[in-house]
Every structure is written in C-alpha cells, then in structure tokens.
Design a protein around this ligand. Structure first.
Ligand SMILES: Nc1ncnc2c1ncn2[C@@H]1O[C@H](COP(=O)(O)OP(=O)(O)OP(=O)(O)O)[C@@H](O)[C@H]1O
Ligand SMILES: [Mg+2]
Length: 239
C-alpha cells in the first residue's frame, strides 16, 4: 500500500531523514518507534505533503501509495482522493467548535452521504464518550477525549489509511489502552494504520510490525513480538 524508498528530507540546509525505507501493507498496523527528534513526525509530514513553512523538503527518494507517486500530489488530494488521514501530533482539533462540528468539517470533500451517516454511527459507537459530548465545545474536552476526536475525525474524512502521531501522548495508561483497543478494532475492520509512538510498550503490544528510528535512520525492522523480545530494545525503550 505505502512504500517509502531511500527518502532524504531537509529542513533548510539540514538533512533530517538520511535515506529511510519502509512499507505498510494493506490491512496492517505498523508502528514507527524512536526517541525525541528521531524523525518520526518528519516521516509522516513527508507522506502528507503538508504545505510550507511546516513542510520538510524531499531531496531524494520515493513515496508511493498503491503504486502512485505521492510526491507531486498536494495534501488535499492525498486526503480526498487517496484516502489517507492524519491524526497530527498535538491533535489540532478546533477548540471553539463542538465535537459534532469538528467531525462534520472532516466530511466536506465527501459525497457519499449514506456512508457518512454510517460512519458517524461507527465513530460514536467506538467512542461513546464523544457521543455523550456531541454538542460540547472541544476546548472543554479532556486531553484523552480530544485524542479520540482527532482519531474520529480522520475516520470521518473517509480515510482507508490513517497515520497517527503519538496517539498515546498525555493519556493515562487506562485511556491509552482504550484508544489502542479502538485502533485494533478499526484495523480488524479493514483500516490500515501507521502509528508513530515513543511508547514502545503499547505500540508493540498492538502493532503487527514495527520500525525503529534513530537520528533520521531506520535502524531496526521486524515483527512486533521479535522487537519486543530484542534485548537492545528492552534496554533502551522498554525500561
Ligand atoms: N520545521 C522544522 N525546521 C527545522 N528543523 C526541524 C523542523 N521540524 C523538525 N526539525 C528537526 O528534525 C528532526 C526530526 O524531528 P521530528 O519532529 O521528525 O522528530 P520526532 O521523531 O517526531 O520527535 P518527537 O518524538 O520529539 O516528536 C529534529 O532534529 C528536529 O529538530
Ligand atoms: Mg514527533
């Protein structure tokens, strides 16, 4: 589904990714692990083609999605036509709007209104807390509820493939498990997921495969259980 090959990315004159390669197959849940500053968010932003000034600049390599070169494609088409959704770091939901308004905004480019209605039902059954708070202003939601909303919003955008940037950030262990259980449920229903995480414990518990990133390079790639059993990983990332 997603194929990244020898990707080099710069901010200004500074190279942040030094030739990474990875892939995510349809139906998989894959984790990208690594410490602060490793280049995880940069990888996601490169896939989404976000506009400047945030945009990392790709100087070499290839990103293909279902065989199509994503690099010349603008973000709105990556979302609307290629059905890739991003749950960004820090969530970036609209605080002055309600839960329902935030979800509605995500559907603006969709025309399949019957499916949209079914998707609302699905989001509210996956996240009952959101259902109870449909008309609540989002800046009054808890951090965990905002994370649920950000995930629901990617789903309401009609995504078939969702990229998540540190979904566990700021969540209690209980909410974290709850969120990953929902992600697993979505994945079992056919959603492909690529999850960036610093929390290797939770990511390796739920993902099929994982990549480990250090200083702009992929240094390890394996199925999740092998990585979790790796002494080096245990020492550095699993405490
Ligand atoms: N807009 C930017 N301009 C310049 N350098 C940047 C920019 N964004 C990120 N970087 C640098 O690129 C490197 C990778 O950053 P990135 O945000 O991808 O890391 P990360 O793995 O997501 O880290 P974290 O876990 O802290 O979110 C870092 O050295 C960072 O300082
Ligand atoms: Mg990051």
């Amino acid at each position: 589904m997603l194929e990244i090959e020898d990707l080099h990315v710069q901010y200004g004159n500074i190279e942040a990714l030094h030739g990474i390669s990875l892939h995510v197959k349809s139906g998989e849940m894959v984790a990208l692990l690594g410490a602060n500053g490793a280049g995880k968010s940069t990888t996601l932003m490169s896939i989404m083609r976000l506009p400047p000034p945030e945009a990392p600049r790709v100087t070499r390599g290839r990103i293909a999605y279902n065989g199509i070169d994503l690099l010349p494609i603008p973000t709105h088409q990556v979302v609307a036509r290629h059905k890739i959704g991003l749950v960004p770091e820090g969530r970036r939901v609209f605080g002055n709007l309600t839960v329902l308004e935030n979800l509605k905004l995500a559907t603006y480019a969709r025309k399949d209104s019957d499916q949209i209605d079914r998707d609302y039902e699905r989001v509210f059954s996956l996240f009952p807390r959101l259902s109870d708070r449909k008309n609540q202003r989002v800046d009054t939601l808890s951090g965990g509820e905002q994370q649920m909303l950000a995930t629901g919003r990617a789903f309401m955008g009609g995504a078939e493939f969702i990229l998540l940037d540190e979904p566990s950030m700021g969540l209690s262990p209980l909410l974290m498990q709850g969120l990953f259980k929902v992600l697993m449920e979505l994945n079992r229903a056919g959603m492909t997921l690529f999850v960036v995480e610093q929390n290797a414990h939770i990511a390796l518990k739920y993902a099929h495969r994982a990549y480990l990133m250090e200083a702009g390079r992929i240094v390890m790639a394996s199925n999740a259980s092998d990585l979790a059993a790796n002494p080096q990983i245990q020492k550095a990332y699993l405490g």
